[in-house]
Design a protein around this ligand. Structure first.
Ligand SMILES: Cc1ncc(COP(=O)(O)O)c(C=O)c1O
Length: 308
């Protein structure tokens, strides 16, 4: 359940939580053409707060809209500012931020060329996405019977609303089977990603992750972890791998704004590595959280600071 906050930002106005409503004829509600982002803000050691890689998230939101053929009626700078304003007015020292671009009420056919483009930003306190112990103990995963959208049918670099029907079904299937999360393959059987996460494996101290040009979202956490891993001296090879390569990996983990860096300790009932989070995963997780929590001044350029 999303906890109530004071305000939600809608089309340039801060409106009361209860008043943030849309009409049933809202086009995106019916057909799914829209785009969104998931962004996190963290409280830093010095008591201030920071949004992680805000500009990159808003850039991806605009890129998603560009791919979808939607013209956003605000600038990227305005949307970045609106996210920070909202966090402050809601007095959230740490939070999840959800900008959503959608087509409003107007025509009901598929064309909908004249429907207004609307933008809302919601923020709320969101704890660990994959469960309380997920970050420390790791999670059990299952390869999904649902295939990740491929480049033959979808434009997968966009974080588009409608794509998530597939992701929700994959996640629910995994949960119903008693697992914590799904792993989705691409249409050729290679491992693609989770329903809302990118995936990495570690083999002989080398990290592998499906390349940006494959059927994955260009994750901002993925990008951050590749940079941090290389800085720590690990080799990172963006390349495709199969589900059985995951079974015999030394370590595996998910990355994502919601999932942060979550160790994967089992895939399809086979333990990965020793069945506990491995040393490379832990080293990267530690380094990542040092940056997110402002325990180091490294990569200060990734943090948009604000104070309540
Ligand atoms: C399908 C999918 N893959 C990967 C990710 C991870 O991306 P990021 O690290 O930018 O949150 C997300 C979350 O946005 C996602 O929805």
């Amino acid at each position: 359940m999303v906890e109530k906050t004071a305000k939600i930002w809608m089309d340039g106005q801060l409106v009361d939580f209860e008043d943030a409503k849309v009409h049933i004829l809202t086009h995106t509600l019916h057909y799914g053409l829209g785009a969104f982002e998931g962004i996190r803000a963290y409280q830093l050691e010095d008591g201030s707060s920071a949004v992680f890689r805000l500009q990159e998230h808003i850039r991806r939101l605009f890129d998603s809209c560009h791919i979808a053929g939607i013209q956003v009626p605000f600038t990227q700078a305005q949307v970045c500012q609106a996210c920070v304003d909202l966090l402050k007015v809601n007095r959230l020292t740490h939070a999840y931020v959800r900008p959503l671009v959608y087509l409003g009420m107007g025509a009901m056919g598929l064309k909908a060329l004249e429907n207004p483009v609307r933008l809302a930003i919601i923020s709320w306190d969101w704890g660990t996405y994959l469960g309380d112990d997920a970050l420390t103990k790791g999670i059990r995963t299952k390869v999904s019977s649902l295939v990740r959208h491929g480049m033959d049918s979808s434009m997968v670099k966009a974080k588009m609303v409608g794509y998530y029907a597939n992701a929700i079904m994959a996640k629910r299937e995994a949960l119903a089977g008693g697992y914590d999360e799904a792993i989705m393959l691409d249409q050729h059987g290679h491992v693609a990603e989770g329903p809302g996460e990118n995936i990495f494996l570690v083999k002989n101290q080398v990290l592998q992750t499906p390349p940006y040009s494959s059927a994955v979202l260009g994750g901002i956490t993925r990008d951050s972890i590749i940079i941090l891993a290389r800085e720590l001296g690990y080799r990172v090879k963006p390349q495709l791998f199969s589900r059985d390569e995951l079974y015999i990996a030394d370590e595996a983990f998910f990355t994502g704004t919601a999932a942060e860096l979550t160790p994967i300790v089992a895939v399809d009932d086979r333990s990965v590595g020793g069945g506990t989070p491995g040393p490379v995963t832990k080293a990267l997780q530690g380094r990542f959280f040092d940056i997110l929590k402002g325990r180091t001044s490294d990569h200060a350029e990734w943090l948009t600071k604000y104070k309540i």
